[in-house]
Design a protein around this ligand. Structure first.
Ligand SMILES: NC(=O)c1ccc[n+]([C@@H]2O[C@H](COP(=O)([O-])OP(=O)(O)OC[C@H]3O[C@@H](n4cnc5c(N)ncnc54)[C@H](OP(=O)(O)O)[C@@H]3O)[C@@H](O)[C@H]2O)c1
Length: 274
């Protein structure tokens, strides 16, 4: 039995679908089990359920979905006999990183809890997700101009199912214990290029209109604490005019190259269409 936290999210849903298709027993965790809409045969439960780890040997750990309770979840997993944790961490953790960055602090803390848990672990450290482009969907539905900071901010966006494909292998195959996998998409893309790519997919000419960073500080990611938004803007600014890290880890582990952003945009066309 494999327990998957964050199971209704971008990566978790893709992972649950993969594991279910591979005939694995999966227990998915959601705050809303009734609304989770996961494949038939997948057990869906809450994080607080007694018996969450009954018969489980592996855990996919999602930081946001376990929150401050990650330590307790790991203690319960270990006591119930779970042997291996595959954690969705973040590429922000690397040599020379700004360890005061809130996203670094949040992921490094949970990585340490996992290391200290005594269970085997694998850390997936992806950089920017292609799904971050969903932030522009409301603007794209309204018109052809997308306003935001740093038109030239560069990343190598990764398809959520490529992360899930690596997680699947790390959960099912031997040899991933004690290993860190740095994951990226296959090519550098600026914000402006991502918008143009989505536009081509929609048959529209979309333009990224750069706005002052102060404006973004006030309005970007309204659900996020402002200090975190400020830290993120600082890291976006640092990527302008640079070449992002690009790894071949997805291909090495899954045997298939990581998908380009254009392929992601084609698959998610409906999410941006009016
Ligand atoms: N975005 C990036 O560029 C990036 C880069 C590197 C690493 N990451 C990591 O990847 C994670 C995002 O993965 P994702 O896109 O697959 O996740 P997601 O889709 O944003 O969320 C996954 C699931 O977690 C649950 N969840 C979300 N917020 C929660 C909260 N506050 N409390 C409890 N449960 C919550 C929700 O499930 P229910 O509603 O069903 O409970 C949600 O469907 C980040 O947390 C970060 O750790 C992201």
């Amino acid at each position: 039995m494999i327990v998957v936290t964050g199971a209704t999210g971008n990566v978790g849903r893709a992972l649950v679908e993969r594991l279910a298709a591979a005939g694995q027993s999966v227990r998915a965790v959601s705050r809303d089990p009734e609304g989770a809409a996961l494949p038939p045969g997948v057990e869906v439960t809450r994080l607080e359920s007694v018996g969450l780890f009954e018969r489980a040997s592996k855990l996919f750990l999602h930081v946001q979905a376990t929150g401050d309770g990650a330590g307790a979840v790991l203690d319960t997993a270990r006591a119930a006999g779970v042997r291996h944790v595959v954690m969705l961490s973040s590429g922000i953790i690397q040599d020379g990183a700004d360890e005061t960055h809130p996203i670094h602090i949040r992921h490094a803390r949970v990585e340490q809890l996992v290391r200290d848990s005594g269970m085997e672990w694998t850390f997936l450290r992806p950089n920017a997700f292609a799904t971050n482009a969903f932030q522009w969907a409301p603007q794209i539905r309204r018109g052809d101009a997308v306003h935001g900071p740093f038109a030239g901010a560069a990343s190598a966006p990764i398809h959520e199912d490529d992360i899930a494909a690596v997680a699947e292998r790390a959960l099912l195959d031997p040899g991933h214990e004690g290993v860190v996998h740095r994951l990226t998409g296959p090519e550098a893309m600026t914000n402006a290029e991502q918008i143009a790519t989505i536009g081509r997919e929609l048959g529209r000419e979309l333009t990224y209109v750069e706005t002052p960073v102060e404006e973004a500080e006030a309005t970007l990611f309204p659900h996020m604490p402002r200090h975190m938004v400020r830290a993120m803007l600082k890291s976006f600014a640092a990527t302008v005019g640079t070449r992002p890290e690009i790894t071949s880890t997805v291909e090495k582990i899954t045997g298939r190259p990581a998908r380009a952003f254009a392929a992601w945009a084609e698959e998610h066309r409906a999410d941006f269409a009016v």
